[in-house]
Design a protein around this ligand. Structure first.
Ligand code: TRP
Length: 358
């Protein structure tokens, strides 16, 4: 009874590298908190990773790595369904079917697609306006032998299927994924109205309450991101981590009391606020305000406080990675649960679309 009333949540992560503090505070840590009260489905989006991956061995290792990191951060396979996307072949089949209701125009206008297509072609975004015509010309490949793979274009279809095949109603995603979620809603509405059915609920962004956590990188500006090269990884060993923090960008220091903070220094304080005790944060704020601050001291403290968070996680990651049987058992059970619901939805979709047994 209780079980079936819980809200269905789906969230995927592309296995393209190790998880960092931004992933932890922005997503993982929050997932851990909601897994008791909701029907949570967390998966490793290896098929999505294929749209940009080039090294099969690295992809395989990353699937395992991210899985271990999820478990080490506290995602509990007894509470949440945790699986690998490609272990649920129903997703691939429904992806083919849903593509029949998706327009290439709407896919081409997606911001993430444009961004990745430009990267694949090695061209930079136009500085003024959006030169769609020239861009489309490039994508078609009239003037280059570089290719934008079709999987990149249909990425949003696959993501919509991940969500709709579980009939999820809430999807925790970052800001950069909101457009994909909007497309998912549109595809759900379109399918329902085209066939005159009420099959798919329209999913919305999961609201964790409060302001979204922004985790800055160590390079002075912007957020932590693996392509930015400014990350603290959950698996960084203490030596590496301390070195990274000590090298973080700062400025020359405040010259007059109560100076405004430059972005690099404000970023260090943001990290401090995430990981340190309130009195520690206050101590350094006061030191900044009266110009007595030494950034070296702040960084030393920050590194130790981050280590207090990451060390137990890193140790668990290592234990879990060493236990292949456990990892296999987790994804086998997860896939079984995910497939049960996926197969039921796929059967409905096939029937509705007219793909029926003779
Ligand atoms: N596109 C998401 C990202 O890059 C990953 C993802 C794939 C996802 N399928 C999903 C997220 C379904 C939420 C729901 O972050």
């Amino acid at each position: 009874m209780e079980q079936s009333k819980r809200e269905i949540i789906v969230s995927g992560i592309r296995p393209t590298g190790n998880l960092h503090l931004g992933n932890y505070y922005g997503a993982l840590g929050k997932f851990v908190k909601i897994q008791d009260q909701h029907d949570c489905n967390f998966f490793i989006a290896d098929l999505h990773a294929l749209t940009t991956a080039s090294d099969p061995n690295a992809l395989h290792a990353n699937v395992k790595g991210v899985l271990a990191e999820y478990l080490a951060a506290g995602i509990d396979p007894e509470k949440a369904t945790i699986f690998v996307q490609s272990d649920v072949p129903e997703i691939s089949e429904m992806y083919l079917l849903l593509n029949m209701h998706v327009g290439i125009g709407e896919l081409m206008r997606t911001a993430a697609f444009k961004d990745k297509a430009r990267k694949a072609l090695g061209i930079t975004a136009p500085t003024s306006g959006d030169d769609d015509e020239a861009f489309e010309h490039e994508i078609i490949g009239a003037s280059t032998n570089k290719r934008v793979n079709a999987g990149l274009l249909t990425y949003p279809t696959l993501m919509a299927v991940d969500i709709l095949i579980q009939k999820a109603t809430k999807v925790p995603v970052g800001k950069d994924q909101l457009q994909h979620l909007e497309l998912t809603r549109r595809f759900a509405r379109r399918f329902n109205s085209f066939y005159g059915v009420d099959l798919f609920p329209e999913p919305s962004d999961f609201d964790f309450g409060g302001a979204p956590v922004k985790v800055p990188g160590l390079d002075g500006s912007g957020k932590m991101g693996k392509s930015e090269g400014n990350c603290i990884y959950l698996i960084d060993d203490p030596k590496v981590l301390r070195k990274k923090v000590m090298r973080a960008t700062t400025d020359e220091g405040p010259k007059v009391p109560n100076s405004p903070m430059s972005e690099p220094v404000a970023n260090l304080f943001t990290l401090l606020e995430l990981t340190s005790a309130p009195d520690v944060v206050e101590h350094f704020r006061n030191a900044y305000a009266d110009c007595s601050i030494r950034y070296g001291d702040l960084k030393k403290q920050l590194a130790e406080d981050i280590l207090a968070v990451t060390t137990p996680i890193r140790e668990r990651i290592q234990d879990i990675l060493a236990n292949e049987d456990y990892l296999r058992r987790v994804v086998r059970d997860g896939a079984e649960r995910a497939r049960a619901r996926a197969a039921a939805t796929l059967a409905e979709v096939r029937q509705i679309m007219g793909i029926r047994p003779l």
